[in-house]
Design a protein around this ligand. Structure first.
Ligand code: NAI
Length: 327
């Protein structure tokens, strides 16, 4: 049988991990023939709760689950890891300024990046889910300079999936018949969900939807969906975030479908005027285990303005973490 793939999940006692770990163990991420070994990283005071989640994973009797290790030591958690899902992060507390938030997370993602560089497998692939996800990914990447930069990504797949779902409802077309939706920029309120190139059954959707619906409902509806979920559930998106993480890694490893693309935040190569190195969301395809930014799309004036605004926010975040000495 195949050698197990080692998957590290940080924040393993948290809400997202509670949904994510079971999907991984069931084979939804790496396929029905690929055994997995899980490494759970938590802070010391939450290791006990992570052990509880691991007990439930045992009780799932998953045929693909080859083992579970639980630790509060990043060096142990990332040793030999093939896929690192960085979910645990420091949430914004009362009275916390953005600089405080970036600094607290720099204290997590800097050392985790260094531990990945020191111990992970040569093929390591990293997905940052914990917020502020783009800049956390930048910090981890810059603390792992010997790992190819493109192995570090941040998650905008939940935003992408939200955009697909909203478009599907609005034009009464199944998600399976939609393609080429894009999320640009930061996983934040400034993100730009773009329908300019979107297709429904192979034909452009842009002519079928009102400008006013796009600008007043679609874009803010996608960007503010996280807040709407918190209001309704009394807790932030967890199962949908886990599902998006599964989609992200599955497409990375197994490839994107022909004639479609997805959205991933990755270190910019300068494409579309996004300054090199910023971890910004782009339309991407995947094959052979590598993301490729979709080239040569036409960007209209409205899109240009929206992309620039979100990228400006990312540039400010990068300047702030540079100033803090985190990168
Ligand atoms: P949660 O609070 O339920 O769980 C987070 C867990 O991370 C906690 O158990 C905590 O002990 C752990 N943790 C904190 N610091 C850690 C460290 N240094 N090492 C290992 N574990 C550590 O939060 P939840 O709901 O699971 O969300 C996790 C993160 O994902 C949050 O930052 C949230 O904002 C973000 N998120 C991102 C989304 C995206 O689309 N990119 C969507 C939804 C949430």
């Amino acid at each position: 049988s195949r050698t197990p793939v080692t998957v590290t999940v940080t924040g393993a006692a948290g809400q997202i991990a509670y949904a994510l770990l079971f999907r991984i163990a069931a084979g939804d991420m790496l396929g029905p023939d690929q055994p997995v070994r899980l490494r759970l990283l938590e802070i010391p005071q939450a290791v006990g709760a992570a052990e509880g989640t691991a007990m439930e994973l045992d009780d799932g009797a998953f045929p693909l689950l080859a083992g579970i290790d639980i630790t509060d030591d990043a060096a142990v958690a990332f040793d030999g890891t093939n896929i690192a899902l960085l979910v645990g992060a420091r949430p914004r507390g009362p009275g916390m300024e953005r600089g405080d938030l970036l600094e607290a997370n720099g204290g997590i993602f800097g050392p985790q990046g260094a531990a990945i560089q020191a111990g992970a497998a040569d093929d390591v692939r990293v997905l940052v889910v914990g917020n502020p996800a783009n800049t956390n990914a930048l910090i981890a990447q810059r603390n792992a300079p010997d790992v190819p930069a493109g192995r570090f990504t941040a998650m905008t797949r939940l935003d992408h999936n939200r955009a697909l779902s909203r478009l599907s409802a609005h034009i009464e077309t199944p998600v399976s018949d939609l393609a080429r939706v894009t999320i640009w920029g930061n996983h934040s309120a400034t993100q730009y969900p773009d329908l300019t190139h979107a297709l429904a059954n192979g034909t452009p959707v842009i002519n079928r939807v009102d400008r006013s619906w796009i600008e007043q409902e679609f874009i803010p509806g996608v960007a503010r969906r996280g807040a709407a979920i918190i209001e309704a559930r009394g807790a932030s998106s967890a199962a949908s975030a886990a599902s998006a993480a599964i989609d992200h890694v599955r497409d990375w490893v197994q490839g994107t479908p022909p004639n479609d693309w997805t959205s991933v935040a990755l270190p910019s190569d300068g494409s579309y005027g996004v300054p090199e190195g910023l971890v910004s969301s782009f339309p991407v395809t995947s094959s052979g285990g590598e993301w490729r930014i979709v080239p040569d799309l036409e960007i209209d004036a409205f899109s240009r303005e929206r992309i620039d605004a979100s990228v400006a926010e990312l540039a400010e975040e990068r300047a702030a973490v540079e100033q803090l000495g985190l990168i």
